[in-house]
Design a protein around this ligand. Sequence first.
Ligand code: GLU
Length: 594
Amino acid sequence: MINRRLAVFAAGVLAGGSVLFAQPAAASPPQSPQSPQSPQSPRGEKRAVAEGYGGAVSTVDLDAGRAALETLRRGGNAMDAAVAAAATLGVTEPYSAGLAGGGFIVYYDARHRKVHTIDGRETAPRAMTASSLEGVPFEEAVTSGLSAGVPGSVAQWEFALRRFGTISLARALRPAIEVAAKGFTVDQTFHDQTAANAGRFKDFTSTAELYLPGGSPPPVGSTFRNPDLAETYRRLGRSGGDWLYGGPLGAEIVATVKRPPVVPGSARRVRPGLMEPSDLAAYRVVERPATKVTYKGMDVYGMAPPSSGGSTVGEALNILEALPEVGPHEYLEASRLAFADRGRYVGDVPGVPLAELLSDGFAGERACLIGERAMAHPAAPGNPDGAYGPCEAAPPARATPTPAEGPETTHLVVTDRWGNVVAYNITIESTGGNGIVVPGRGFLLNNELTDFTFGPAPGDPNLPGPGKRPRSSMAPTIVLSGGRPLLALGSPGGSTIITTVLQILVNRWELGMTLPEAVAAPRATQRNTAQTQAEAGFVDRYGAELTARGHAFAPSPEIGAATAVEFLGGGRLRAVAEPTRRGGGSALVVSERR
Ligand code: GLU
């Protein structure tokens, strides 16, 4: 267990460091053209940590990282580069992200020193009701037209570029078009994800044709091209989002959702979707106020509902701040409590008590429940009613279980020479989305609507509804100190996204780790479940101590795939990706020298 005074000292050093951060407008002079390679990073090699100036990019994938870096080097800003990277991930990480998915952007606007968020979450069709998923076996919903939400990504890209960017959608799509047309090298992760999906991909003519050429997953080291997607992106660039939202591409999506192209003779039962062209035409991106908590003098900004990312990370941080000491036990317990409240109160519904969930008073009441031993399972939700007693146990209430969520999506961080910062989660939900490629268009549909509670569950804030957005766990996060960026981070991993972000912050600010150490450290995830899922390294390190205090662990091979950028002061940036998880990520900087 770490003594809080030491932790505060460490944070003070860190916060002090941020004072050195240069004025955003003068953070770095325009970069002279130079080779994208650095001595430590010959072309073709990914590295997990990069330090330098003038902008930084952290992604799971080198091609996407390069798309962002080249956009920055050509004078684009962080938002331009983030859209370029996201579109490229739709090519190289097509099972995690794509134009038919959705996502959340948290953005720091350096000029106005303000944090914005952009909600591009998928929505339920208007025909969907609270009982539409009742009785549907989860596995059947995963591969179905029924689970496909109205896509948000294209609208989000257009909105983000118009509101904060400097280039057109057509321009932002260019690097992705090039990768799709020329091809990328199949790595182990792409191969394994294809193989893991082969059982369902083979049941759809369009998906089998694209991702199982010759009947099997493309071999590692081969070049994978997606000319259909290249053409789709070209048309999108020319015609804009209207081609999808109410236009011919939208009609094709609706046709695919309603009559999935099931291979003749397949025994698979594929439920059709409820989506209509009018649902696509009605789709709207929403700019929302960010969630904000103050933690050790730093301001932590996150994504508000329909994501539970900002509220749950924020509440857990507040709980930790209310405790005299913080170590792995407190991390797990704070997370357990925050998840109990997430399940009970957070969804795409009016009246989420967000301010109370993020209040110090509520956190104090919740923190009082944390003792020497692990709490009894399940933790009941608290009562965020504004009346908080000193160390009063929360009244007994029914606990809401944390439903299963898919383990995949992707996150990227981009910063630019002006000091703007983008933290961006983009997803199609399951690895491989709903498994159905829109014929001739080169992209998979999402199955985001499986993030709803299937029910029956009266009073659950996350039941489906017409035009509703399923509750997310995505937690793109930006931390400011003195109004200037200090850290931006996020991760994939369904509901483990929240604990991965929280654990990295705890590692960094409570356990005194550097950011690369904080990202690489073994993870554990407690989401108000009887057992805490944990990577072997976490159990090796803390298992004996925590088991003696009543924690129980279940092994998890790998949790999350984080990306982060830290501002070191004086305009210096440290981009950090995973050294090993999901095959390792890619950290890049615009220039290694000032
Ligand atoms: N559907 C998930 C969410 O919105 C993200 C995808 C994943 O990582 O599983 O929370």
